[in-house]
Design a protein around this ligand. Structure first.
Ligand code: RTP
Ligand code: MG
Length: 141
């Protein structure tokens, strides 16, 4: 299996609900390691740049507004097939469609306030990790 890194964000709704630890616990129990982490209040420019691939979509303004509505935890998860493993733990984008036991089924309220972000491909993982972390901020474990 491929050892990978992926960018994870615990979004403002989950930080506000005080479930950072419960979400981190799911990653750790699944064998993913946190190799970098920080809490940030994203600026509008940071959120727009992060989600640049969606800038033509109708929901872009709502997405940026939501992501800047409070602090987030940005982090790098590492492990076997980490990109897909994280997406499996997260569940579907819309929590109403998310499988029982996934993070979004258990903690998300809506398609906007959906608790977590995870990179969706090796290319986006590389871009997204570099967007938030310098190589000196990522710890080999
Ligand atoms: P994320 O990027 O946050 O991990 O979520 P995702 O891959 O599951 O979904 P994506 O298609 O990348 O969309 C990014 C975020 O935009 C919001 N969204 N709203 N109203 C809508 O139709 C809609 N579609 C997407 C969601 O909050 C999604 O997480
Ligand atoms: Mg996405």
């Amino acid at each position: 299996m491929a050892n990978e890194r992926t960018l994870s964000i615990i979004k403002p709704d989950a930080v506000a609900k005080n479930v950072i630890g419960e979400i981190e616990s799911r990653f750790e129990k699944a064998g993913l390691k946190i190799v970098a982490a920080k809490m940030l209040q994203l600026s509008q420019a940071q959120a727009e740049g992060f989600y640049a691939e969606h800038k033509e979509r109708s929901f872009f303004g709502d997405l940026v507004g939501f992501m800047t509505s409070g602090p987030v935890v940005v982090q790098v998860l590492e492990g076997d097939n980490a990109i897909a493993a994280n997406r499996d733990l997260m569940g579907a984008t819309n929590p109403k469609e998310a499988e029982a036991g996934t993070i979004r089924a258990d903690f998300a309220q809506s398609i906007d306030a959906n608790a977590v972000h995870g990179s969706d491909s090796p290319e986006s993982a590389e871009r997204e990790i570099a967007y938030f972390f310098g190589s000196e901020e990522i710890c080999a474990r």
